[in-house]
Design a protein around this ligand. Sequence first.
Ligand code: ASP
Length: 604
Amino acid sequence: MLRTHTCGELDALAKGTDVTLAGWVGSRRDHGGLIFIDLRDRYGITQVVFHPDKNPKAYDIANKARPEHVLLVRGTVLKRPDEMVNEKIPTGTIEVEVMSAEILSPAKTPPFEIEAETEPEKEVNEERRMQYRYLDLRRSRMKRNMAARNAAVFSFRSVLQAEKFLEIETPLLTKSTPEGARDYLVPSRQHPGMFYSLPQSPQQYKQLLMVGGIDRYFQVAKCLRDEDTRGDRQAEFTQLDIELSFVERDDVLNLVERLIRTCITTLSEKGFIKKRLLYQQFPRIPYDEVMLKYGVDKPDLRFGMEIYDITETVRGCGFSVFTDAISLGGVVRALCIGGGVSRLTRSAIDELTELVRKYGAKGLAFIKVKEKRNDGSGFENESPILKYLDDDVVQRIITQLQATSGDIIFFGADARGIVQESLGQLRAELGKRLDLIDPDVLAPAFVIDFPLFEPDRENGHYAPMHHMFTMPRSEDLALLDTDPHRVKSWQYDTVMNGYEIGGGSIRIHRKDIQEKIFERIGFSEERRAMFTHMLEAFEYGAPPHGGIALGIDRLLMILLGEPSIREVIAFPKTGDGRDLTVGAPNNVEQSQLKELGLKIHVKP
Ligand code: ASP
């Protein structure tokens, strides 16, 4: 070893010890003839001191040392005088008096300061950070995030190992099958004109492992989907992928709850996070209830402000906006903003109206709930729509929403999908605007009882809500022929703070049901043939099985309070899919293309 200690571990107990440290030069201060350098490595910072008289050679080196030079020092640990103690760092009670020093590697002036990150005005442009990721990784934010990610993954492994799961790797070069997202394709040299695809997830392999009798599998799996990148999504991301045989839904959910709890406890104990769980137990909420109350299938449960269905309350009320929506088969829903009258200005309401318009709503009707009249005869409400509504209807709405004086009630009346989405987005926006969200709270939950198919057909066919391997409820099997949209499935999602952090299901393990699903989703013979391996495997004794995949990047982003998953990935991609550190994608040599039998028709 080149060093005896790291830069983060020496304290007053080491007084008098001779040590060798190596690290990067942080700040350097010349004081009264002495030079002080903050030597930094992954573990911390140690102050090292150079005397011109005692050790002139070392002093000369210190004089030459510039920020980010890699420096090796040998010296003695001294206790700092009381007035020099720095309580902010663990090594703050000592310094190392340097006897000899060596510059192991010089450094150019870095494109951004490594230690300036706590000053927001010096926050570095993110593309720059990605280009020089090896420098960015030296900064405390990335160091913390990488260490926290390691701790999280380690915690998952320890839970799963203790519960007899086998960690098994599945292939990266696999077969393209129509599964939802776009595949990344890899041309085959040995089979010209043919392609491998990179896995969107190990879904089929993990099911085949179950048929293979590996009844408890997991993998920290890379998944690749050729999709546009955004803050919480990268084309290349990592899942904690899990599959189990002979289980029911709640067995999987209980396991996921143990995994997430252990992860949070581990990160808290190691000092990475200070967050508290909102609930003792993760709630399990049916999909229909979630869509009604929160308007989205990944609700942020850190605040209430639920949406109410008032279709029956206003049916036949005479206000055409409501009654027209109902007669066209739509719904009327409302949400109540406590104290909204004083908290939302006219222009704020205009902005919210614009917001719901983006999601297809025609407008945003509201009622400001005001004090009772002096004679106690009802509310002195304010709203442009009051003239169309009888007092008793308004009163019933107020009662249903438990509104009180000073609240605002917002309404949505349209097709169900539009009302859900627009009020769901309105609720999320109000949560932020009105500061209803405690950033130190974690609100994980499971959404259960999903429909098997998406509400809208794609090209005249039913599209699976999760994926085509999800088991329909046995009591709904007959509906697959008569009314597929009413079929419920064994899908479940894990959500946290407004994000989906995992999804899974109990799977189909019977050939006949799998074939029926292929038929309903409109697979041609050709497409069906792509899954022969699955259908055949089911003929050789497939155990009932189910599983889930947790998005490790997204979970860490939420736990660490980061704004994007790029902050928890060592080498992330940009929005347009580039790796700025190495410069991928790039052009390849003609000879490589030739070997693969490929010709490029589109010039970049
Ligand atoms: N393979 C699925 C996905 O990536 C997860 C699962 O069903 O286990 O969404």
